[in-house]
Design a protein around this ligand. Structure first.
Ligand SMILES: Cc1cc2nc3c(=O)[nH]c(=O)nc-3n(C[C@H](O)[C@H](O)[C@H](O)COP(=O)(O)O)c2cc1C
Length: 236
């Protein structure tokens, strides 16, 4: 009998261990199944938003924040304002071309005290001559741009007065915060180039302004020529 027991004992132990292992495995299996079921239930009926979010984060399936199409477009679109000063219409015509080509908004700088013909007669020591001789003069502007914050790009046009921009352009530039904006200068003249007239304006604005190279147009320039320039500088 003793012999039989000693012979059967190892088989009994092996059986008992196997049974034990199987029940542990099936317990584990049950645990996993119930966890998966819980996750399924939560995602089907999300009664607890935080729990769903937690599960998504753990599983690395958190959905990206949704951004509407309009928001995406607003992120990439830029808005341009064409600003100009013109006393005899030459700069105004170029500004109108630019405004039409770009479908942009425009703003005319108008002096609070309008310039008369006598004021504009140059080399007579008239009003315009005197203003250009004094870099500190700031002729007043009659009305302003209320929504300057909306614009990313300013295209700024002026006539050349004694090789420089009229002092009223300085008034304009000192009246707003152009932080982070792009300014594209252009001018018209009898014969002078844009010269230092544009670069001398840089010091009037924040250093964060991106100044683009300026362009001089002659009186009677065609709309096609203006369009070519717009395409060259890549403003939309
Ligand atoms: C006070 C004054 C100074 C001027 N100085 C120059 C000059 O230095 N060089 C030049 O080529 N034209 C000069 N002009 C001519 C203007 O630049 C030119 O006529 C311009 O196109 C006028 O633009 P608007 O019609 O938009 O006012 C001057 C005009 C004025 C009134």
């Amino acid at each position: 009998m003793r012999k039989i027991v000693s012979l059967l004992l190892p088989f009994g132990m092996i059986f008992a261990l196997a049974a034990c292992g199987q029940s542990a495995a099936s317990e584990k299996q049950e645990e996993i199944q119930s966890a998966v079921q819980k996750t399924d239930e939560q995602s089907e009926t999300p009664q607890n938003g935080a729990a769903v979010e937690q599960t998504e984060i753990e599983m690395g399936t958190e959905p990206p924040e949704s951004v509407s199409t309009e928001e995406q477009e607003a992120d990439v679109s830029t808005k341009t304002l064409v600003v100009y000063f013109s006393c005899t219409g030459t700069t105004e015509l170029v500004a109108e071309y630019i405004t039409e080509i770009l479908g942009a908004d425009s703003y005319q700088i108008v002096a609070e005290d309008p310039y008369t013909e006598a004021d504009l007669a140059y080399y007579t020591n008239g009003r315009a001559d005197q203003e250009q001789n004094d870099p500190n003069v700031r002729p007043a502007i009659s009305s302003g741009v209320e929504n300057m914050d909306e614009y990313d790009t300013i295209i700024l046009g002026y006539p050349i007065w004694h090789g420089q921009a009229p002092r009223i352009i300085s008034t304009f530039l000192e009246s707003y915060d152009f932080f982070g904006k792009t300014i594209v200068p252009f001018c018209t003249s009898h014969s002078s180039g844009i010269g230092s007239s544009a670069s001398n304006l840089h010091a009037l604005c924040s250093e964060s302004v991106e100044w683009r190279d300026g362009k001089r147009f002659e009186s009677g320039v065609s709309k096609e020529s203006v369009q070519k320039w717009i395409e060259e500088i890549g403003i939309e």
